[in-house]
Structures are given as C-alpha cells and as structure tokens.
Design a protein around this ligand. Structure first.
Ligand SMILES: [Zn+2]
Length: 287
C-alpha cells in the first residue's frame, strides 16, 4: 500500500456500502450478516496500514485483533434478548501516524425462538436454605469479581474447539420455568458424555477460577483475555490450578455430574464482554 493512497484514504470520509466494503485498500466484512439473538458476529478488516482498530455497537466498544496475515478481526456478542432489526456498527481505524477514521457497516439481528422447559418440583426442593443461599451468593460474587479482572491482552490462539464431543442434550438459551416461575435462561450448552471423558480447553488462556460451586459443581473458568471467558461445569475432577496457563486442547478436567446435575454431561459456556453467547455460534465462525 503506497503512502499517498493511505493519506487519501484517511482524508476522505468513509461511505456506507454493501459488504464486504472496499475503499482505498480497506475491506470490512461482517459474518454472518444476519445473526440470531444469542450468537456472535465476527468483524473482519483488511487494511495493511492500520496500526490500531476497534469497533463499536450499541454504545459499547470491542477490540479488534490482528492475525499473521495482517487481517484485523473481532467479535461482537448479541444478547439473547436484544431486539431484532437492522443494526449499524462503527469501525475505527488508526494508521501509523495516529490518524483515526471511522466507517459504518450494517448487519441484521434476527429473532430466535428459544425452547422453553417447564419443570414442576416440590417447593422444598426449589427454595434454598439460608445456608445454601448464602453459599450461592458468595460464589456468585467471587465469579463476578473474576469476570471483572480479565487480562488486558489476547491469550487465545486462532480458533476455538468444542471441549468434549457428544450429543447436545440442552441447547443454549433454553428458557426455564420451575413451578411456572421463570429462571435464568440456559447460559451455555450441555454436552452428554460418559463420566470421566477428558474435557479440553476451548482455546489458550489462563485458568482464572476453579472450585466446587453449589449449582455448577466442580468448575473451571478460563480467561482468554479482553473479557473473553470459557467455563466448564459439573466436572468429576479438576486437573488444573488457578493461575495456570493452558494451551488449546489441553485436558483441564473430566466429565462428571457434580452440583445441580441429573447425569454426566459437560456444561460449556462462553462469555464475551459480559454477554453469554451460544458457544456453537462462535465455533461456526471458524469453520
Ligand atoms: Zn447446562
């Protein structure tokens, strides 16, 4: 890319156009252009002169990362309750001289019908004892504090993988009702697998929390940097320690049925910038 072309690019305002957009060597694409509620959008940007980039949507700013080929890319999580409709996303590019330009691209959020699960239980099994409630609140506070302390650098490698192979027994986003009372929707996917099956890190990162929690049972949380987390619940054994660096595919524990669980399975959750998303939508971006 010649320097004069870069200068011309930064002096001119960006124009909105259909994707992928190309202008003076810059190419921005949004994948998928029609995204379901609870899924992840990937922003890709090719511009050889760029020294720093970010994108913003819905009053929030998201980092973009650069891969070996010079492509910048990043993720925008769509909350499962975000209203469907046309969206505008702003991409900010900074060149080597520190001059910043912004450009808009569009995508659309489409409604997803999340299944409902109605369970009837004896009230004594639903209402937590004072001790259990106190324990759960303490564990919740610990998890929230950990989510707020993500490493400010990218720790993960090029893609994500499914930690365990098996049937998806409960999909993401299932809206649960116990005795007709709405509960938190399912924040991950349940993968059925025999007890003892190795559970692998979805990508590289740092183990930021392990413990045996009231609902989640034996749990591992991995920080992938920049507020990207993966979590693994109901484990039989935990094979890693807090603060340990893990590589993609490294065994972090074994499938079990600890905590509130009715049989051996892995609950796998992905959380991007405070928003739980369907882990399968993240995997689909790398296929
Ligand atoms: Zn689950």
């Amino acid at each position: 890319m010649a320097l004069c072309a870069a200068a011309a690019f930064f002096l001119q305002p960006f124009n909105a156009a259909s994707q992928p957009e190309q202008n003076n060597g810059i190419s921005i694409s949004v994948q998928p252009e029609r995204v379901e509620q609870g899924s992840v959008v990937m922003i890709s940007l090719v511009y050889p002169e760029a020294a720093g980039t970010s994108c913003s949507w819905n009053s929030r700013t998201f980092p973009l990362f650069t891969d070996a080929s010079g492509r910048a890319f990043g993720f925008v999580p769509i909350d499962m309750d975000h209203a469907p409709g046309a969206q505008r996303l702003s991409v900010s590019v900074k060149n080597a001289e520190g001059i910043t330009a912004a450009r808009e691209v569009s995508f659309e959020i489409i409604a997803k019908k999340f299944p409902e699960q109605h369970i009837t239980l004896d009230e004594s099994k639903v209402t937590l004892s004072a001790n259990d409630l106190e324990r759960h609140n303490r564990e919740r506070a610990q998890v929230e504090a950990m989510f707020a302390a993500s490493q400010p650098r990218r720790l993960w490698s090029d893609a994500f993988l499914q930690p365990v192979q098996g049937r998806i027994s409960t999909p993401f986003g299932v809206r649960r009702f116990i005795n007709k009372q709405p509960r938190n929707p399912h924040s991950g996917i349940d993968i059925a697998a025999p007890a003892g099956t190795p559970v692998r890190a979805a990508s590289a990162g740092i183990v930021c929390l392990t413990g045996e929690h009231f609902f989640a049972g034996k749990s591992v949380y991995i920080d992938h940097g920049h507020a990207m987390f993966s979590m693994y619940f109901h484990l039989d054994t935990i094979d890693v320690q807090n603060g340990q660096s893990v590589t993609q595919g490294e065994i972090i524990g074994r499938v079990g049925s600890t905590g509130r669980s009715t049989g051996p399975h892995l609950h796998w959750g992905m959380r991007l910038y405070d928003t739980p998303v369907d882990p399968l939508s993240l995997l689909a971006l790398f296929e």
